[in-house]
Design a protein around this ligand. Structure first.
Ligand SMILES: C[S@@+](CC[C@H](N)C(=O)[O-])C[C@H]1O[C@@H](n2cnc3c(N)ncnc32)[C@H](O)[C@@H]1O
Length: 192
């Protein structure tokens, strides 16, 4: 079985088992920094899963493309029947000419597409990125494989060249009962 087929199969099985009746929530960095979003434009939710980010973006008035490799996930997102959401079951392939005013990636890490993500941002466009780190306070949180975990300051290097508006990578410093731990997040802007 090809790699992508194996990934699709794995995620389809996860979503089939999951109770998906609740409305999915957006990731922290998107809801916390919602005030940075433009009032209109085109958004992309990369590896959207059940579509918490996509729904949030559409409700904020953005024409939103939600892409995920899992047909089960996309069935749920299409089920919102939101007129501003275009839900597509496909593997991420950003070699297109389409530019986005907002791109959101949460709980997904494929280092090989970071350049393509930068190129897919329209001038002035915003990237919201949040995912798990190697240096976790809760070892059971997020993936176990280092391949899917961010190194210290890695979001800054993956998206160098963008203007950093917000960045957090608290790791295990200080009193770990405070702050957003286990994940790092970035909001960055493509220069005009
Ligand atoms: C941990 S989930 C995160 C979902 C969502 N972004 C969230 O924060 O809840 C990872 C998602 O990545 C999707 N995925 C994995 N590899 C992919 C690929 N190559 N192209 C598109 N989606 C992919 C999976 O189907 C899964 O829905």
């Amino acid at each position: 079985m090809q790699d992508l087929e194996r990934i699709r199969d794995k995620w389809d099985r996860i979503y089939l088992k999951k109770d998906t009746t609740a409305i999915p929530e957006p990731c922290y960095v998107l809801s916390e920094f919602k005030y940075l979003l433009p009032s209109s434009g085109r958004a992309l939710d990369v590896a959207c899963g059940l579509g918490g980010n996509a729904l949030f973006l559409a409700r904020a008035g953005l024409e939103t493309t939600a892409i995920d490799i899992s047909a089960e996930a996309i069935k749920k997102v299409a089920g919102f029947k939101h007129s501003l959401i275009d839900a597509r079951c496909e593997a991420i392939d950003l070699d297109s000419v389409k530019l986005y005013d907002v791109i959101v990636v949460s709980h997904f890490l494929d280092r090989s597409i970071s350049m393509a993500i930068k190129d897919a941002l329209a001038p002035g466009g915003l990237l919201f990125y949040q995912t798990f780190v190697l240096d976790k306070t809760d070892v059971n949180c997020g993936p176990g494989s280092p391949a899917y975990l961010l190194e210290s300051n890695e979001l800054l290097s993956l998206f160098s060249g963008l203007k950093v508006l917000v960045y957090s990578d608290l790791s295990t410093v200080g009193d770990a009962s405070y702050g957003q731990r286990n994940q790092s997040y970035l909001v960055a802007q493509r220069r005009e």
